[in-house]
Design a protein around this ligand. Structure first.
Ligand code: FES
Length: 98
């Protein structure tokens, strides 16, 4: 079993190994998008770059950054991820809307 703690929301969810971070956030009513992101996000296809989150702990428990993330997040800190591109394989602590 894996788990994600959303720090700002003070909510911890248990997820299956390899769960998609964006899907689990949406299913659990965690708001990962800013106002603009709500209107314009790509629905999780790795196209818009609006589902960005900061990983406070547990980077090592996530799938590696995809090529799209490497391009989109090139100027962001190494612990920023696109939720729709991130699979959870352990315990991670996440800050939404960094
Ligand atoms: S939802 Fe568009 S890149 Fe993640």
């Amino acid at each position: 079993m894996s788990a994600v703690k959303f720090i700002k929301e003070n909510k911890e969810i248990i997820v299956a190994q390899g769960a998609n971070l964006r899907e689990k956030a949406v299913q659990n009513q965690i708001d990962i998008y800013t106002f603009k992101g709500k209107l314009m996000n790509c629905g999780g296809y790795g196209q818009c770059g609006m589902c960005v989150v900061e990983i406070a702990e547990g980077m090592e428990n996530l799938s590696p950054r995809t090529d799209f993330e490497n391009r989109k997040l090139a100027k962001k800190p190494a612990n920023y991820r696109l939720a729709c591109q991130t699979l959870v394989n352990g315990i991670a602590c996440v800050n939404t809307k960094p």
